[in-house]
Design a protein around this ligand. Sequence first.
Ligand code: DON
Length: 569
Amino acid sequence: MQLSRLFFPCIFTILLLLSSCGKARLPYEAHKTAVGQHGMVVTPHPLSSAVGLAVLEQGGNAADATVAIHFAMAVVYPRAGNLGGGGFMVFRHADGGTDALDYRERAPLLADRNMYLDSLGNVDSDKSTKGHLASGVPGTVAGLLEAHARYGSMDLASLLDPAIELARKGYPVSQTEADRLNNYGESFAEFSTTESAFIKEEWKEGDKLIQPELAQTLTRIRDQGAKGFYEGETADLIVAEMKRGNGLLSHDDLLQYEPAWREPVIGTFRDYKIISMPPSSSGGIALVEMLGMVEPFPLASWGQGSRRSIHLMVEAERRAYADRAQHVGDSDFYDVPRDSLLSKTYLDHRMESFDPERATGSDAILAGKMALPMESFETTHTSVVDAMGNAVSSTTTLNSNFGSKVVVGGAGFFLNNEMDDFSAKPGVPNQFGLIGAEANSIQPKKRMLSSMTPTIVEKNGNLALVLGAPGGSTIITAVFQVLLNVVEFDMTLEEAVKAGRFHHQWLPDQIMVERGWLDPAVHDSLVQMGHTLTEVNRMAVIKAIHALPDGTLQGAADPRNPDDDARGY
Ligand code: DON
């Protein structure tokens, strides 16, 4: 047995024993900032950060740590960490090489472009968001194993053991997690067909969540690799769950699932190189478009949060999201005009209609219907840098909080409701108010379009930033703004992540603004320019690492999620 396989159970036993000493209610505490000289992890939960940091401290690389963190998140962050969902990873190796892994869910073989329309041809959004019919074929397990096979250095078992331990012995839930479990308890009861570990009269901070079925599923993955999930007992349990709930996922779907290696989207902004996620995410294309559209303007001298900066950035956001709706979908099924969208000529042309004093109405950019407001902000992002200088930026999701709310009976994990990210009908908004067209129509085996934007930034050939976020459609604009906060507005990473944000997604034609930070005079002048502003409590939740020129690593976890945690060494 490797040393690492003994080490992990030890730290967790100590951590969990501490919880019963009465010294603190929780045996863990979230750190919002961290500084390290060797390695850094930023994850949505202190326990998943502890797992990742331990891997790095033992000499594991960024891919090893990312894989271990993701399996741990499936246990300690059940609302978004997952085995039943999918995601994206962007890699930048110490030698400057890059790669991108698409492990997004795919539509089941029995899916049909009209599957969410009722007899009158209207979209029944309940069907694409809740219950068994809402799930795409899960990609997470295949993706993590693929990332490990290509770039991992430690043995897989030692990366899964900490998660198995956490699931088997349980861990005390935070107040945030208790609140989420309580809020969704009724939905779990409504949509699951069996008892599950998540249902309880009332969750309180410090209550232990013990997940024996999930521990067994993780053990099967540890011992059998992908076959432990896509074949055999786990596959049988998923298919049986689908039969009980009239869902579509079949043994063939599971057997045929494959993650895909992709060419990352590469762009530039001044002397920075941007490395981000291509389709089936729209994140990288939209981010590089927005950066290209604002680059000709003197944003730094206008200042962060100023009328001119917000107006310009909103106009870039509006145009990029209009392009997303029309032109971007799974590139295995749809010919995405990626090079055109990213060309400086196109972006200059796109900004010809920009008026520095007036909002450009969204109807003047491309016709479409008004969209509905968005519902949830629960996905999760992980940023990791190792001692060798490798970086991984990875975002994964079940889509909504706890996905479809269906727990796979006997296997102990939630299934995604990612099918809602397809365009169920051209021009009709999904839960994030996003609309789409043919590029993102439903087809068997196709991946639904995402906004997840795992991103890495280089300066002068050196690693500079690793960042990403959960937050539905607001992910792309949050990455855009935090990136500009650091590289253009010269903020520290902590200030950049904390700073208030705004978001425009073309439709609905409004600027969503986080409450409480915008100068009232700026607010009023934006209104006078023709913008409509709507206040929201919070938007995407960034997890970021800044690699300083002297080699110091700064980690910043977003105060918007109390459990977000940064730690380094
Ligand atoms: O892939 C997407 O764009 C969405 N399914 C992400 C969902 C999300 O971020 C929800 N909340 N954090």
